[in-house]
Design a binder for this molecule. Structure first.
Ligand code: BES
Ligand code: ZN
Ligand code: ZN
Length: 451
């Protein structure tokens, strides 16, 4: 078939549909760059997947360039699948879905797609849960999802603390946030134990606010819309756990989701309150809208009791991080060289942008309280950094710790990168890739720590 030049310039991400004799031919532009980097292939194919989704196409036949290697084709597959995602569970009429992708001129065995399928499956899981509206996805709904994951796996167990147990255990910083809502909180602790001995112990902690109204420091209406995505950190943790069996990693991996809803009511926490966190530190509440760090404070000090090798948290923590980095980049806060380098490397490969932010000790002064050990807001200047400094107060400084503020890229109103509108599942693929890398590093005996 002749391709009319005037309608297709092969610009990066350009998609053109041509209909001829009852068939639709789709052309996809790869742009001018000579090297087809994995992220370029991912993004361009995601655009294709998205256009296909919008046209409700059910089967496609893909011809790839001769020079493409196996790994390139896998990126094309991942891209198409990630861009093809739609959250439409709640519609009366289901949209037609893409059922089959046929690669015509490459020889890749079914089994070789496995890792790519895992990345897609975990991301879909995280997106589906994060997109689920807050009247359905309550803390107990999230706990049920965690149970479901544990029930399906012989290597995963789950412990769920209900409201009474949360109070009994002294998770007061977490409970302070939760107590204004009629939907009771759940503290969720998942544990994956490998079949053979574990070489590392890793904690993944996700901010899980099923809705963040701001509490008594109520958000103005247009800032409140979209706060169902405030559970995206926890959803990423569950997305990762949903595929751990398939990854077969030699690590003991813990997932912690302090799941609750931040609502204003007669039983809600007030600004001016002072609470005693799980580790004994007292916190003066300045804003009930700076709630994520309170829920994470208890989760972090609880995690430290298990003496892990690494703790990483993902959280839609601050609007300030979105102001600093925009919608497409997450902030990475860590003092640990290994975590910094390895997380940046993993994220680069999957096309999720992380930017290493400074943990400027000079800003610590902003979260000093006259009446308590620390206060929960340091104001707007350097707001993402003071939030990270606050979290550090609850982590044993000998344990390598990274905090990733995903407030910007966790959701978006329109298609970007590999993400259709809504929840992106951001960080899920980075962490899976990071775990895979860590396995190789441990196997090769390379250093993961400064000695
Ligand atoms: N969930 C928000 C942060 C957020 C903002 C996520 C925009 C996604 C998009 C968080 O709980 C919050 O409200 N943070 C406050 C902190 C402030 C009161 C110190 C903020 O960033 O405004
Ligand atoms: Zn908030
Ligand atoms: Zn929040």
């Amino acid at each position: 078939m002749e391709i009319p030049e005037n309608i297709f310039k092969a610009k990066e991400g350009e998609v053109v549909f041509l209909a001829e004799r009852g068939k639709t031919y789709i052309l996809i532009g790869l742009g001018k760059k000579k090297d087809f980097e994995p992220v370029l292939l991912l993004n361009v194919s995601a655009k294709l997947g998205y256009e296909i989704r919008n046209r409700e196409i059910e089967e496609i036949f893909v011809f790839v360039r001769k020079k493409f290697k196996k790994k390139d084709v896998l990126k094309i597959y991942e891209g198409i699948m990630l861009g093809n995602y739609r959250f439409s569970e709640k519609k009366e009429k289901e949209n037609k879905k893409l059922k089959t992708i046929n690669f015509l001129n490459t020889r890749i065995k079914e089994t070789e797609f496995k890792y790519s399928e895992v990345l897609v499956k975990a991301t879909y899981y995280a997106r589906d849960l994060s997109n689920t509206p807050p009247n359905i996805a309550t803390p107990s709904y999230i706990a049920d999802k965690a149970k479901e994951i544990a029930e399906k796996s012989k290597n995963i167990e789950v412990e769920i603390y209900d409201e009474n147990e949360i109070v009994e255990k002294g998770f007061n910083a977490f409970y302070g946030v939760a107590k204004g809502s009629k939907n009771p909180p759940r503290f969720i602790h998942l544990i994956y134990r490998p079949s053979k001995g574990a070489k590392k112990k890793i904690f993944l902690i996700g901010k899980t606010l099923t809705f963040d109204s701001g509490g008594l420091s109520l958000k103005p209406g247009n800032y409140m819309l979209g706060m169902k995505y405030d559970k995206s950190g926890g959803c990423a943790v569950l997305g990762i756990f949903s595929v751990l069996d398939e990854l077969n990693l030699p690590f003991e991996i813990h997932g912690i989701l302090p799941a609750c809803e931040n609502m204003p009511s007669g039983s809600a926490q007030r600004p001016d309150d002072i609470i005693k966190a799980y580790n004994g530190k007292t916190i003066e509440i300045i804003s009930t809208d700076a709630e994520g760090r309170l829920t994470l404070a208890d989760a972090l000090s609880y995690a430290c009791e298990f003496k892990p090798d690494y703790i990483i948290d993902f959280a839609t923590l601050t609007g300030a991080c979105v102001i600093a980095l925009g919608n497409y980049t997450a902030g990475l806060f860590t003092d640990d060289e290994f975590l910094k380098n390895s997380l940046l490397k993993a994220s680069e490969r999957v096309g999720e942008d992380l930017w290493h932010m400074p943990l400027d000790e000079k800003l610590k002064e902003k979260i000093k309280s006259k009446f308590a050990d620390v206060k929960n807001s340091g104001g707007s200047q350097g707001g993402a950094i003071t939030a990270a400094l606050f979290l550090q107060e609850f982590v044993d400084d000998k344990i390598p710790f990274a905090h990733i503020d995903i407030a910007g890229p966790s959701s978006n109103a329109k298609f970007w990168g590999v993400n259709p509108e809504g929840a992106s599942g951001f960080i899920t693929r980075t962490i899976i890739e990071w775990l895979k890398d860590l396995n190789l590093t441990v196997k090769s005996g390379s250093k993961t720590k400064k000695d």
